[in-house]
Design a protein. Structure first.
Length: 202
């Protein structure tokens, strides 16, 4: 066979090789884009959340709402309804946002229910040690929920976010109990020199 006869086959082979290289380059670019956007890769926090949620047990006075459906385990609400303590008979909803870096970083928790409580300020920020300096990766969502239950059962005047509530609890527990009961009836109340409209409880 002459060199001229072999030339067309060589050109065809070259074109096929170039097409394959171009396709391979496109696939690599798509893979890089997917990695950059997080597609096709499950965040470590979600893997851990799947385990935590599978181990959750139904507790009295606790309701958990995955309001975006079970496809989104990183955002949910917890309703605590204590049956003892100063806040017995109330219903308190906490919004929980779990970071992708969980369990290395603690969930972010905000109380959506206005409450007179030394460890919850009037904007809903929660002072709970396991959500701050005492957080450890071995802790779970169950640990967080138990912490919130205990917080609503046993307010702590020594670590306050609401100083008026803390001072009242430390100095006059009876007055603190009466103030909580008054807030449960709903309506406007002056707290720390500012008026707030409390929801009716019970």
């Amino acid at each position: 066979m002459t060199a001229n006869a072999r030339a067309p086959r060589s050109k065809r082979w070259f074109r096929v090789a170039m097409i394959k290289l171009f396709s391979l380059k496109q696939e690599k670019e798509k893979a890089a884009a997917a990695a950059a956007s997080g597609e096709g890769k499950i965040a470590p926090g979600l893997i851990r959340m799947q385990k935590d949620v599978s181990e959750l047990k139904k507790e009295k006075g606790v309701e958990i709402d995955f309001y975006n459906g079970k496809a989104d385990l990183m955002n949910f609400k917890v309703k605590i309804s204590p049956d003892d303590g100063f806040h017995a008979g109330g219903h308190f909803t906490f919004d929980v946002k779990v970071p992708n870096t969980y369990p290395h970083d603690a969930p972010k928790v905000l109380c959506e229910t206005l409450v007179f409580h030394p460890n919850i300020d009037m904007e809903g920020h929660v002072c709970l040690n396991i959500l701050r300096e005492d957080w450890k990766p071995v802790l779970t969502i169950s640990s967080v929920i138990m912490g919130l239950q205990f917080l609503m059962l046993e307010p702590n005047a020594d670590d306050p976010l609401n100083k008026e509530a803390a001072n009242m609890l430390a100095g006059n527990r009876r007055q603190f109990a009466e103030t909580v009961k008054r807030s449960f009836r709903g309506g406007p109340m002056m707290i720390n020199g500012k008026q707030y409209d409390f929801p009716r409880q019970g």
